[in-house]
Design a protein. Sequence first.
Length: 253
Amino acid sequence: MIDTHTHLYAEAFDNDREEVITAALNAGVSKFYLPAIDSSYVQKMYAIEKKFPQAIRLMAGLHPTHVKENVEEELNKVKIQLQKRNFSAIGEIGIDLFWDRTYIKEQQDAFSIQIEWAKQYKLPIVIHCRDAFEEVFEVLESHKDDQLFGIFHCFAGTEEQAFRAIALQFKLGIGGVITFKNGKIDKFLHRLPIESIVLETDAPYLAPIPHRGKRNESAYLPIICNKVAECYGISIGEIEEITNQNAYAVFGK
């Protein structure tokens, strides 16, 4: 299995990071894609990649909730990283209006700039969208072309929004929310083309049932895989194979 979105560098793992990664490997997770947040985490991300080079893949980007008054400085640091080395994607980027609307214009601008960089480097984007579907789609529509593709991370929208994202060449990141009683995605997931989904944990956040409310881990990806298999009515092995192919279709190998 491939965890297409996990924050293994987060402070929640500072005391047992290697054990957490080893446990996930032992649970059948072969690759971990680490989205960026801001420059303060970059060195930790590089250190994890150095320790587990076969399994860890890194993204570069500025998370929308970290778009503040120093946005130009942070974006410049992302730009320098992209010039220096290879990444699997630009992410997680997007718009988040759940916590604060103060920097909505800056979030939109940062999102657009990073989309252009993704096209320049022929990379997918990984989108963070919270309470901002229309705003995100507005930006995506303005950049729509054959070079725009990627993943809607932690998709928690409606069926209509799912098909709208798929039409824009995006796959949907399915995580712990699929196991929640009020998650709603499980009600229509089977109607979405199976080629349009990838698996993720978003660890340490959004742990699946029965771990909800506790620290999430990449080792819990099989729980999500099992629930997705149940929704589609096919075997766990088939979900693993198909979602791995879907992930590689986005990120390459």
